[in-house]
Design a binder for this molecule. Sequence first.
Ligand code: G6P
Length: 371
Amino acid sequence: SAAEKDGHDWFMRKEIFEQPRAVADSLLGRRGADGQLQLDEMRLSDQDLRDVDKIIIIAAGTSFYAGMVAKYAIEHWCRIPVEVELASEFRYRDPILTSDTLVVAISQSGETADTLQAIRHARVQRSKVLAICNTNGSTIPRESDGVIYTHAGPEIGVASTKGFLTQLVACYLLALYLAQIKGTRYGDEISQVMDQLEQMPAHIETVLSKSEEVYALARDHVGSRSVLFLGRHAGYPVALEGALKLKEIAYLHAEGFAAGELKHGPIALVEEGLPILCVVPPRGRDQLHDKMISGIQEVRARGARTLCLAEEGDTAIEPYADVLFTLPQVPVLLQPLVAVVPLQLFACELATQLGHDVDQPRNLAKSVTVE
Ligand code: G6P
């Protein structure tokens, strides 16, 4: 009923709007009185974690994209090599696992069979397994050596939204915690990032307050046959997730690409009027932002309609954006927390306009318990 959905038409839309709270709840109680980061339910000892020389993240679907963001964060802050692998591929390729490998399994439901079989394989090889999970007492955390619970609350819509944002939070917390115990970052830098994370619920709220802008854009694209998504750095997994959302609930052909790869193939797809959603990285000291803009120029010169998400005050993008949606100014590693929200709203509204059942998309299940 509408009451269970807080007046929204779909659980998915309700859950998108719950994200500021879900993110805030997932950050709660993580800072000790001494200012140190603490992950109480983690169970793995600091000594175990200090010995870790390689991390392999395994997950499926949306959770896999959270894992891709985690790789950028962990390698940057902790200098530990990270691989991200689809759970369904992991054990079949005979992965190299030792007792100093930390396997991180990300699963909203905690019941995905592919992910469960992957952690069982890792444990037989004596690797330590840490679960990032939203479901208390589910099988994956039960069979892991440690767990970081996300606090999204129950997620009912089949397409994951608040589950994803809270997984990102857990990944940032894990990365910062590893940096703290490995000593790769100073305490004041860690608390600065924690301060920035604590501002994210307000930033997500700002994005949600402009949902009408996104809905209008979605209504303009009801007749589109295909939508491409471009991103770089932490915006690349955001592009992949934006495309996945459109496939899942709008049944639309959608592909996400790393913007730098365009010239190596995907640019051949560009034709007059093709909508391309572009996740523009924040302006920074590196060349990321400028290179993204030249990629956008390239596709636009070939007739694409560029729908750009860029930070507030980014005037350099203006001449090349057919549509511009502004995001709050946040660091590049944290940008997925705000950038994915308009993409969720876009898919939800487009699917609604197309008359699909957003909460129960065809052929999909909330948790897939068969391999
Ligand atoms: C299913 C769902 C997806 C989800 C994936 C992984 O395919 O339809 O929305 O991302 O499973 O689920 P998990 O619970 O392991 O995160």
